[in-house]
Design a protein around this ligand. Sequence first.
Ligand SMILES: NC(=O)c1ccc[n+]([C@@H]2O[C@H](COP(=O)([O-])OP(=O)(O)OC[C@H]3O[C@@H](n4cnc5c(N)ncnc54)[C@H](O)[C@@H]3O)[C@@H](O)[C@H]2O)c1
Ligand SMILES: [Zn+2]
Ligand SMILES: [Zn+2]
Length: 368
Amino acid sequence: MSRKARAVLCRELNRFVVETITVDPPKRGEVTVKMGACGVCHSDLSAANGTIALPLPLVLGHEAAGVVAEVGEGVTGFAKGDHVVFSFIYMCGKCRFCVAGRPVLCLEQGKALTTPLEGTPRVHDAAGKPLNIFSGCGTMAEYATVSAENLIRIDPKIPMECGALVGCAVTTGVGAVFNTAKIEPGSSVAVFGCGGVGLSAIQGARIAGARQIVAIDTLEAKLKMATGMGATDVLAVQQGEDIVKPLKKMTGGGPDYAFECVGSGELAGAAYRAIRRGGTAVVVGVAKPSDNTSVRSMTLVFEEKTLTGSYFGSCVPSIDFPRMLSLYQGGSLKLDELITRRYSIDEAPQAFADLQSGKNARGVIIFP
Ligand SMILES: NC(=O)c1ccc[n+]([C@@H]2O[C@H](COP(=O)([O-])OP(=O)(O)OC[C@H]3O[C@@H](n4cnc5c(N)ncnc54)[C@H](O)[C@@H]3O)[C@@H](O)[C@H]2O)c1
Ligand SMILES: [Zn+2]
Ligand SMILES: [Zn+2]
């Protein structure tokens, strides 16, 4: 059946509106989910300010968990009442990257980027006009109809708001450490930016046995949160200030690994310059399309440094989501502590203002 839903939309750049939309029932291979919680990620903000260019009008939201309300024809993996976390990358399961266990590189992911796989929108505004959905999800809404491949079933004992965070920030940050960098125990690690993603990278480094974890941010409050997540040292910086020198000093010549979790070409370059010989800099933040990062080419050779990127923590959602949640259930991965404020859907514009001013570790929209 067709459902009415309050939803957060971006119709024009830099503006958030909350409207009542219509969500169509699932077609073949699709599932309708009643939302439980949706995190407010910087990538949603980036879609609304044009850093991530997606067609407008757009229903925002991708970091979410909910309960299956209806399944479409041919869906065998889910039943009404199942608890699920959304995966914001469509994975075909058949292309050479999916088959090789690297589904974040799926060749088909673009096909379910702003609609379900079938290609036509399942959401319409009050005037009946079709709406796009953020990264195959559009979960800042009371209901969402998505491709079944965008969902992972979870233990119903997991609180919705914790499940939601696993759908982006946590898997992105922890996965960058576990899967992309595969850090060695006893390493020295630096994390640039202590939002939901950076704080998760810090936790990943702690769990992986890093000896030193330096948290870097422009906001003192964020550095305090970072210490609570496992940072051993903190570095407060001003916007535009050179961090390479103090970081090298603090780490006795440079960290073994640096994770850029802000979204700046310049900081990606700083992360690369800061790492020691043989070190690895991982770019996790999504920079503006006009940003560039330059490195002195000879350092790649004589210092054997690596500069790489990490998309969605190089994860395999069906393996990594349960892995993150078992670390949470075992007490080593702090998820409740990452949530510093809860909002109703009508408070979403405030949630974005708070994200922009850096008030929260993570803000989460909770659905009744
Ligand atoms: N790679 C991926 O798959 C993936 C997934 C999710 C998010 N992201 C990206 O990761 C980035 C972080 O996301 P988030 O939701 O944690 O964002 P956030 O806004 O919650 O956190 C960013 C943090 O960076 C800090 N910061 C800003 N400028 C800084 C500077 N010059 N030096 C040091 N710190 C600075 C802010 O104070 C804030 O604490 C964004 O670019 C987002 O788009 C990437
Ligand atoms: Zn694929
Ligand atoms: Zn995200």
